[in-house]
Design a protein around this ligand. Structure first.
Ligand SMILES: [Zn+2]
Length: 319
């Protein structure tokens, strides 16, 4: 993503983290959701992108650690009239061909001759938008802009970030939920048909980053998603990265491009309330703190010269 994030991850490896238990984590190594393990840099010749179906209308793509330490997850969701691509990855790989291949296979399977494509982003950090340019010349394709205003305009969200809006893919409706905090443009996407929540970088098995000065924004977004999901079923939360190992307390950083025993991608809906209570418990004493299924990672905008876990508490770190 950014030099800043790489710096943060390097700094973290030297930090001592306290560990809190918020729930009894079931650390399963075999997924009940995906048939294959995700590529995790283990094989030198692993493909740059791996696609797996969640179901026949939902494809999950992972970018190889061998091509970017961010190894982001990208989602392709098919309705009857539109396909929605959530994120375009960290760049340096041919995502366009992979997406075209998936779309062709879907068209063949469903006996259709075309479907339009909407390219949107969980947020505008580099590791989620870098593949955009591959889609600019694609026919029947719209790429949502990178600013919060662009996102609000496209999805017709009147009161950003407090409103949310349904987006109809044709027989399949997703809800776009503004969740700034990790980044000002962040949204989560809830799919009413599979009840999947695509949670970007706000919720995933890893470091939940937010600037010291954005803690209230981050907290409000977690509260908002908690409220949204209160009245809806969530089957799984699918985020944009994996940074935790199966072993409790062990995490991977940007040096680890070969990762054995990664945690599963999918998280249970209980994670939302776990993050909410962890933030509540932390209050205004912002610090890096490790929990069973995530790490709260408040950080100064400029971490140089400061060290976690208490680097938000020093003066002049509030932005
Ligand atoms: Zn990211």
């Amino acid at each position: 993503m950014s030099v800043l994030r790489q710096l943060l991850i390097f700094t973290l490896s030297a930090a001592v983290l306290s560990s809190c238990s918020t729930s009894s984590a079931e650390l399963m190594s075999d997924s009940t959701v995906f048939s294959q393990p995700w590529i995790s840099g283990l094989h030198e010749n692993e493909p740059p992108l791996q696609a797996q179906q969640y179901d026949s209308n939902t494809v999950v793509i992972r970018q190889s650690l061998r091509t970017s330490f961010e190894a982001p997850f990208i989602y392709l969701v098919f309705g009857e009239e539109k396909a929605l691509l959530i994120d375009t990855g960290a760049g340096g790989v041919d995502l366009r061909s992979m997406v075209d291949l998936q779309i062709e296979a879907w068209l063949e399977k469903t006996g259709r001759d075309k479907i339009s494509l909407v390219v949107m982003h969980s947020h505008a950090h580099g590791d989620h938008v870098a593949g955009d340019e591959q889609f600019t010349d694609r026919a029947d394709t719209v790429i949502v802009g990178h600013g919060a205003e662009d996102v609000a305009d496209f999805f017709q969200i009147d009161s950003w970030p407090n409103g949310n809006e349904a987006f109809d893919l044709g027989g399949r409706i997703v809800d776009i939920i503004p969740t700034p905090g990790h980044h000002d443009t962040h949204v989560m996407v809830y799919d009413r048909s599979t009840r999947l929540l695509f949670s970007g970088d706000m919720l995933y098995p890893g470091r939940l980053y937010f600037q010291c000065g954005k803690a209230d924004l981050f907290r409000s977004s977690i509260d908002r998603i908690a409220e949204f999901t209160n009245t809806r079923d969530v089957s799984w939360i699918l985020g944009a990265h994996i940074e935790l190992a199966l072993k409790p307390g062990k995490s991977f950083n940007s040096n680890n491009v070969v990762r054995t025993d990664e945690r599963l991608l999918e998280m249970t809906p209980a994670t939302i309330t776990d993050v909410k209570s962890a933030l509540l418990q932390m209050g205004d004493r912002l610090r890096v703190e490790s929990y069973d299924n995530f790490i709260l990672f408040p950080h100064p905008a400029d971490p140089r010269g400061k060290k976690p876990p208490n680097w938000c508490l020093s003066q002049d770190s509030a932005n």
